[in-house]
Design a protein around this ligand. Structure first.
Ligand SMILES: Cc1cn([C@H]2C[C@H](O)[C@@H](COP(=O)(O)OP(=O)(O)O[C@H]3O[C@@H](C)C(=O)[C@@H](O)[C@H]3O)O2)c(=O)[nH]c1=O
Length: 188
C-alpha cells in the first residue's frame, strides 16, 4: 500500500526557503468537491511542522487587508493559512535577518475552489488582501497567541504589489513600523 495520500498533495516551493504553497488535488463530483490538505507523513517528509497549538478562522469582506503579522521569539511560529471560501492575495515576507531573501516576499493567490494553502516557517510575516466579495480564512499556528510577542510590519512598506491602494485596515495595522525601521530578532 502506498504511503502517499489520496488525493495527491503537491508542495510548490516559493523563492523563499522553507515557504511553500500546498496544492491539494481537488476531486469533484455532483455533490461538490473533496480535497485533502494535511497528511502528516508527507508534511514531515517535506520538513514541515506538524504539531500545532492553535487553529482559528477569520471572515473578511472585499478590500480588507490584514497584516503583516508575526510573533517574535521565543513565541515565534510556523503558520498555515488556507482560504476556505472566496479569494485572497496572500503574502509571506521573509524577516530572517541572515536569510539571502531577507525583506523579500512571495505572493500566493489562495481560493476556496483551489483549496490551496500557504505554509510559512518561523521568521516570516504574513498578510493578505481579499479580492472576492468575502473570504473565510482558516489558520494553524505552532505556538499559542501571545499579545506580548505579537508584532507587525506596515503593509505598504515592503514593496508588495497589493491589489488595492486604499484597503480596509485595523487601527493597529495602520501604524506598524516600516520594514526599514524593523530590527529583526529572527535568524535562520
Ligand atoms: C491573532 C489573534 C487575535 N486575537 C484577538 C486580538 C484582537 O482583540 C482580535 C483581533 O485580532 P487582530 O486584529 O490581530 O486579528 P487579525 O488582524 O485578523 O490577525 C491575523 O492577521 C493575519 C494576517 C495573520 O496572519 C494571523 O495570524 C493574525 O495575526 O482578536 C486573539 O485573541 N487571538 C489571536 O490569535
Amino acid at each position: 500500500m502506498s504511503d502517499l495520500p489520496y488525493p495527491k498533495i503537491d508542495f510548490v516551493a516559493t523563492p523563499l526557503d522553507g515557504c511553500f504553497e500546498i496544492r491539494p488535488t481537488v476531486v469533484s463530483d455532483r455533490r461538490g468537491f473533496f480535497a485533502k490538505v494535511f497528511h502528516k507523513p508527507l508534511w514531515q517528509k517535506h520538513g514541515l511542522c506538524t504539531e500545532f497549538q492553535e487553529e482559528y478562522l477569520t471572515y473578511s469582506v472585499r478590500d480588507t487587508l490584514r497584516g503583516l503579522h508575526f510573533q517574535v521569539p521565543p513565541m515565534q511560529h510556523a503558520k498555515v493559512v488556507l482560504c476556505a471560501r472566496g479569494e485572497v492575495f496572500d503574502v509571506a515576507l521573509d524577516l530572517r535577518r541572515d536569510s539571502p531573501t531577507y525583506g523579500q516576499h512571495a505572493v500566493i493567490n489562495l481560493s476556496g475552489t483551489a483549496a490551496n494553502a500557504v505554509y510559512l516557517p518561523p521568521g516570516f510575516a504574513h498578510g493578505f488582501c481579499v479580492t472576492s466579495d468575502e473570504a473565510l480564512l482558516y489558520y494553524k499556528q505552532s505556538s499559542v497567541y501571545s499579545p506580548a510577542h505579537d508584532g507587525g510590519i506596515r503593509w505598504d512598506s515592503a514593496k508588495i504589489p497589493w491589489p488595492v491602494n486604499d484597503p480596509i485596515l485595523s487601527e493597529r495595522d495602520k501604524v506598524f513600523q516600516t520594514l526599514s525601521e524593523f530590527e529583526s530578532p529572527f535568524s535562520l
